[in-house]
Design a protein. Structure first.
Length: 107
């Protein structure tokens, strides 16, 4: 097994999390703006969403899900620093975070 310095993993996880977080903020802000500025279809019943609004809400839901995973990565990187974990423990934690990323979405 290749030995990876714990600090390097921590910095890598933190930098990925911050980069994703910045991009997610832009995506979420634009989707929210479009939802607020979009006029529903004239034939839509009150409270009924048209296709565009439903799609934008799906985008928001997925960005929130990825935002949760970003928070896991940030938590992971701070725990590594605080606990001085071994490289094997760090890799185990990364695998756990990756498994959550790959897990099917729950509604």
């Amino acid at each position: 097994m290749v030995s990876i310095p714990t600090e390097a993993l921590q910095r890598f996880a933190a930098s990925i999390a911050h980069a994703l977080s910045n991009r997610l903020s832009v995506i979420m802000g634009n989707a929210q703006y479009l939802i607020l500025s979009h006029e529903p279809d004239a034939g839509a019943m009150p409270g009924e969403h048209d296709e565009l609004t439903s799609t934008l809400e799906a985008i928001l839901n997925e960005t929130e899900r990825v935002g949760f995973l970003v928070s896991l990565l940030l938590g992971f990187s701070s725990r590594v620093t605080a606990n001085g974990a071994s490289s094997e423990a760090v890799l185990d934690e990364l695998e756990r975070v990756a498994a959550k990323l790959m897990a099917p979405r729950r509604n």
